[in-house]
Design a protein around this ligand. Structure first.
Ligand SMILES: CC(C)(COP(=O)(O)OP(=O)(O)OC[C@H]1O[C@@H](n2cnc3c(N)ncnc32)[C@H](O)[C@@H]1OP(=O)(O)O)[C@@H](O)C(=O)NCCC(=O)NCCS
Length: 150
């Protein structure tokens, strides 16, 4: 299920010397949004192991309001793949807000960990995880270790 995980606004301190937003700043926000999506389903810790398919499609500017949507799309034995979509609305003429549009997206992979070692997602799922997540975790449980779906 797609969820709004983080919402905020771009301020002048987030800008680079050309007046645009640092790509790394956006990536950091997306990583945090993905970690919230993961923390909502796991009782254990989790770490980022990979970011792929990262696309900066349009610039982000000072004053833009951002919305970071996350969706857990795959679960392996110990890994979780999350699609992260960074959307914005800009302030346009006469204080109107533009349409919301997707400007950056990426795929984040997190691994559930305990004592710095990977653990099976099934063993650390929160009891209130949704039916879809429980199903994905049980399918993932039967995948061979290291065959994480990328
Ligand atoms: C995460 C970590 C504990 C895994 O170590 P490990 O237990 O030896 O790793 P495994 O070989 O069992 O792999 C664990 C899972 O990660 C997946 N994985 C590992 N590297 C990956 C990569 N680059 N991309 C996608 N998946 C990857 C594996 O496919 C496996 O998935 P599965 O269990 O669902 O099949 C270790 O790699 C680590 O600590 N990395 C650093 C993480 C970090 O510091 N991140 C930045 C800050 S949060």
């Amino acid at each position: 299920m797609r969820t709004l995980s983080v919402k905020g606004r771009v301020y002048p301190t987030d800008l680079n010397h050309n007046g645009g937003v640092f790509g790394g700043w956006i990536m950091g926000k997306m990583d945090k949004a993905a970690s919230i999506a993961v923390d909502e389903i796991l009782k254990s810790g989790a770490v980022t192991v990979s970011v792929t398919d990262l696309h900066f499609k349009e610039p982000v500017s000072n004053g833009d309001i951002f919305y970071i949507y996350t969706e857990i799309v795959k679960i392996g034995r110990s890994s979780i793949v999350i699609n992260v979509d960074f959307k914005i609305r800009s302030i346009v003429e006469e204080n109107e807000l533009s349409e919301i549009k997707s400007v950056v997206d990426a795929k984040f992979t997190f691994v559930a960990v305990e004592n710095k070692k990977s653990v099976a997602i099934c063993d650390v799922l929160r009891p209130d995880a949704s039916k879809d997540i429980i199903e994905m975790a049980y399918i993932g449980k039967h995948t061979k270790k290291g065959t994480n779906p990328k």
